[in-house]
Design a protein around this ligand. Structure first.
Ligand SMILES: [Mg+2]
Length: 120
């Protein structure tokens, strides 16, 4: 780093790293991008501001994977319905998956609470 050439190369490498840097987001559906009472998914109402925010991340090149526990207790397959519902709401996604375990609390060092993530 003693001369200008090395500094320039370093700068360009750093810059290109920033340009290609993308994150992989795993996003819940019910209660996170829509309002759902009990398991009445047909009546779910989208949180449009939250969807726009996540669509923005997708447009910036990040992966946005939607992952839901829909059907994990009832055994009903909600995969196609959920995908069509997200399409109808204008949700941009890398993938839509059912099969998440039903749970009451999720403890994870990388998790962000929805209220925290969408607060501004
Ligand atoms: Mg939820």
């Amino acid at each position: 780093m003693g001369n200008g050439v090395d500094s320039l190369v370093y700068y360009n490498e750093y810059n290109s790293t920033l340009e290609t840097f993308s994150l992989k987001y795993i996003v819940d559906i019910d209660g996170t991008i829509c309002y759902t009472i009990n398991s009445n998914y047909e009546e779910s109402r989208p949180y449009k501001d939250r969807i726009l925010r996540l669509n923005g991340l997708f447009d910036e090149g990040h992966e946005v994977h939607y992952y839901t526990a829909r059907g994990s207790q009832s055994g009903k397959d909600w995969q196609e319905f959920t995908k069509a519902q997200l399409d109808d709401w204008g949700v941009k996604y890398t993938s839509v998956r059912v099969g998440k375990e039903h749970y009451d609390k999720w403890i994870d060092d990388k998790a962000i609470n929805d209220k925290e993530f969408f607060k501004d």
